[in-house]
Write a protein that binds this ligand. Structure first.
Ligand SMILES: [Zn+2]
Ligand SMILES: [Zn+2]
Length: 277
């Protein structure tokens, strides 16, 4: 049961200030003196590592939904990649997303899309949760794991270390591109899954919520834009279910399976592929 109350929401100033700092830092790419092709390449590469391998494959399909299994060391590696996306602690991230699925587009959905595009995109996280500890009810499989506790607590210091490494390799331009701009791009790509794919696109399944399939979000998020499919088959490792619904993360999971690094790959029961290995 929830203890959520209907008190007036209170701004979460640390989060608001954090988001403002990251966005202002990203604006420094506009200075011609900060342009470097190494910076562009680093931003693209880290977008894939943190947004694709980290958030989409790791945080979402592997850890939140357990749609396949990997050796524990590889699960921790993907969790580390996702931690580098700096979208809060991993335990909170997983808990909030599981709550989203339990109450999709209802009042207890953390980013209920009935409250508008901007609320589900960014607004919801700028206000204090009425029940911050309650989210741990959704993450009993993670709460006591020391690796997840560490990643959850130290996601900002870990990002600072990455920033120092990039600074030593290429000075401020590499930090501006590889940390600030890349974080902003991965933030908004991830957030589009909460906003755009509960609003724009088409529905293939009656999933009981507002989720949609949206090709351009799928391109930006390594396959997460097939979000109506995902709401209908939350346990499925594959989100793009039609042949033309390109799902780069599903291709990556197939590669891991080929290499013997992914097992118990779950698919919708109408797909007879090599699931439940
Ligand atoms: Zn999900
Ligand atoms: Zn959703």
């Amino acid at each position: 049961m929830t203890t959520a109350t209907v008190n007036k929401p209170e701004l979460d100033w640390p989060v608001v200030i954090y988001l403002i700092i990251i966005h202002i830092g990203a604006l420094f790419v506009l200075l011609p003196s900060n342009f470097t092709w190494w910076g562009v390449g680093t931003a693209v590469f880290l977008h894939w590592v943190t947004g694709g391998l980290g958030i989409t494959l790791g945080f979402h399909r592997l850890i939140t939904h357990r749609s396949f299994q990997t050796p524990k060391w590889l699960e921790y590696f993907f969790a580390f990649c996702g931690t580098l996306a700096c979208q809060g602690g991993i335990i909170d991230w997983v808990g909030l997303h599981r709550q989203h699925h339990q109450f999709s587009d209802q009042s207890l959905d953390p980013h209920d899309s009935n409250r508008g595009f901007w609320w589900s995109h960014i607004g919801w996280m700028c206000f204090k949760s009425p029940d911050p500890e309650g989210i741990r009810r959704y993450t009993r499989d993670l709460n006591d794991d020391p690796v997840y506790q560490f990643l959850d607590s130290y996601f900002i210091p870990i990002q600072v270390v990455l920033g120092i490494v990039l600074f030593l390799l290429g000075g401020w331009p590499l930090v501006v591109w590889g940390v600030f701009l890349r974080l902003v791009l991965v933030f908004h790509c991830t957030w589009l899954v909460n906003s755009a794919t509960h609003m724009f696109g088409y529905k293939s399944h009656e999933s009981g919520d507002r989720s949609t399939n949206c090709w351009w979000v799928a391109l930006l998020t390594y396959g997460e834009g097939w979000h109506n499919n995902h709401h209908a088959y939350q346990y499925s490792a594959r989100h793009g279910l039609a042949w033309w619904e390109v799902d780069m993360t599903w291709m990556t999971i197939q590669l891991l399976q080929f290499l013997g690094l992914a097992s118990k790959v779950r698919l919708p029961n109408f797909m007879t592929a090599d699931s439940e290995a």
